[in-house]
Design a protein around this ligand. Structure first.
Ligand code: DI6
Ligand code: FE
Length: 400
C-alpha cells in the first residue's frame, strides 16, 4: 500500500520533527518499505493500491509508555470527598486511597479487569495510540498480580494494539503486611515476580521508590531478582521527594525512570550515563497540584531523552488522553510541541525497550497516525480536540 500526498513527520535521528512537506510512505508486510518525497516515488509502488491523503499529516503512531489501565473500581467518590474538604486520613478511614483500588482489583475476575480496562484503552486508541504499557501493582498478592498481567495481555486479543506488561509488585504495602514491608517484598513480591516471569507475563519490572512506598534497599532486592531473570527494570522515582531512587535505577541500567519531579541535575547526569529515558507524567503533577517541576533543562543539557505518558490510574492520574498529556507537558512542564511529540513516539518506544516503532523509517513497523492537521504543533496545542483521521497499526488500517 502506498500513502501519498501527505505531510510526513518522520521524527529524525536528531529527535526533531523531520518534516517532509509533500511525501509518501510505502508499506509492505506490515513494515515501512519506503519513505520520501511525493515526486520521487519509485514506479513499482504506483502499481499497487495507492491512497491520496490530500495533504493530511502523518506522524508515527503515539505510544503510551506508562499506564495502570488495568485495575478494579474507581475513586470518583474520594475525589468528591476531598473537594468537600475531607483530609487524607478521613479519606483513608472511609476506605479510600490506593487500598480501595487494591480491594476492588482483588474482587474483580480477569474478565472484569479486561472489561473495565477496554474503555480506557479505546480512549487511547481513538487518539492514534498503537502501543500501551500496562502495569500490575493493585493486586499485591500473587493471584491478583498475575490476573492483572493476564488481563493486560488479553487486551491485544480484543483490540489492534500492542501491549507491553510491567510487573509492579512493589507499588504499595498491602494492609496484611502493613508493619512488615520487607516481609512483603521477600515473601510475596519477589516470588510473584518469578511466577509471572515463568508464565511469560513480564516485559519489565517496576517499583515505587518513595517514603510512602518502598525504600531503595527494598527496591534493590526486587531489581536483583529482575536482573537474575534477565528482565529490564524501570522505576517510579523522586515523585514526592528525593530518596535516591534515580541513582539506584541508573545503577541497574533502567530503561526508564518515571515521574522524577524531585530529581536533581546530578540525577540527570547518571541517567544520561545509564541511557535511561526520563518519563514525564504531567497528569499526576496536575491531579496532585504538584509544584516541583522536573529538571527539564538538566535533561536537555545532558541529553536525557524525555518521554511523556498518561500514568492512567484511578488515584493520582485518572487521565486517558495522550493528546491532553502532550498539551499538559507543554503548558505545565514547558516542553516544546516538538519535544512532546518525540516524547509520545520515539522516546516512548525507547522507554519500553522497543526499537521497531516510534519513528517513520524504512524497516520499522508501519505504526502510523494520520491527522486532519497541517502542522505537528497542532497535536499538543488544542485541548479536548481530537484531529485523528485514521490509525495504521502494523500496516493495518483502523478508521478513526
Ligand atoms: N505513583 C502514583 O502517583 C500512583 N502510583 C504511583 O506509583 C498512585 C496510585 C494510586 O493512588 O492509586
Ligand atoms: Fe504510575
Amino acid at each position: 500500500m502506498l500513502l501519498r500526498n501527505a505531510k510526513i513527520v518522520t521524527i529524525g535521528d536528531q529527535d526533531s520533527y523531520g518534516l517532509i512537506e509533500c511525501g509518501a510512505i510505502a508499506i509492505k508486510d506490515g513494515l515501512i518499505d519506503w519513505v520520501g518525497a511525493d515526486d520521487a516515488i519509485p514506479a513499482a509502488y504506483l502499481d499497487g493500491p495507492v491512497r491520496n491523503l490530500e495533504g493530511r499529516l502523518i506522524t508515527p503512531a503515539l505510544i503510551d509508555c506508562h499506564t495502570h489501565v488495568v485495575h478494579g473500581g474507581d475513586r470518583a467518590v474520594e475525589f468528591e470527598m476531598r473537594l468537600k474538604g475531607a483530609s487524607y486520613e478521613e479519606v483513608a478511614r472511609a476506605g479510600g486511597g490506593i487500598v480501595s483500588t487494591v480491594k476492588a482489583t482483588r474482587e474483580a475476575s480477569i474478565e472484569d479487569l479486561l472489561t473495565s480496562a477496554l474503555p480506557r484503552v479505546d480512549a487511547l486508541l481513538a487518539e492514534g495510540v498503537s502501543v500501551i504499557e500496562v502495569k500490575s501493582g493493585y493486586g499485591l498478592d500473587r493471584d491478583t498480580e498475575l490476573n492483572m498481567l493476564r488481563a493486560a495481555r488479553m487486551i491485544s486479543a480484543h483490540r489492534n494494539v500492542r501491549i507491553k506488561t510491567t510487573f509492579l509488585g512493589a507499588h504499595a504495602v498491602p494492609v496484611e503486611y502493613k508493619d512488615d514491608p520487607d516481609g512483603y517484598i521477600d515473601e510475596v513480591c519477589i516470588p510473584t515476580l518469578k511466577a509471572a516471569h515463568a508464565e511469560g507475563l513480564v516485559d519489565a519490572v517496576d517499583g515505587f521508590c518513595e517514603g510512602i512506598a518502598f525504600n531503595t534497599d527494598q527496591i534493590k532486592r526486587v531489581f536483583d531478582a529482575a536482573r537474575e531473570l534477565g528482565i529490564p527494570v524501570k522505576l517510579h522515582a523522586e515523585q514526592l521527594s528525593n530518596i535516591g531512587g534515580t541513582k539506584l535505577a541508573a545503577e541497574y541500567g533502567a530503561i526508564s525512570v518515571d515521574h522524577i519531579e524531585y530529581a536533581t541535575e546530578e540525577d540527570a547526569i547518571v541517567m544520561a550515563k545509564a541511557g535511561s529515558v526520563a518519563v514525564l507524567l504531567p497528569g499526576a503533577f496536575y491531579t496532585l497540584h504538584e509544584t516541583q517541576l522536573p529538571p527539564i533543562d538538566a535533561f536537555r543539557k545532558h541529553g536525557v531523552p524525555m518521554a511523556i505518558a498518561t500514568d492512567c490510574n484511578p488515584g493520582s492520574s485518572p487521565l486517558a488522553s495522550i493528546l491532553l498529556t502532550m498539551n499538559m507537558s507543554c503548558t505545565l512542564f514547558r516542553l516544546t510541541p516538538e519535544e512532546a511529540l518525540v516524547g509520545a513516539t520515539a522516546h516512548a518506544a525507547r522507554a519500553l525497550g522497543l526499537s521497531d516503532t516510534g519513528r517513520i523509517k524504512v524497516g520499522l513497523r508501519a505504526d502510523l497516525a494520520i491527522w486532519n492537521a497541517k502542522h505537528p504543533a497542532e497535536l499538543a496545542y488544542r485541548i479536548g480536540f481530537n484531529p485523528l483521521f485514521e490509525s495504521i497499526v502494523g500496516g493495518e488500517s483502523i478508521a478513526a
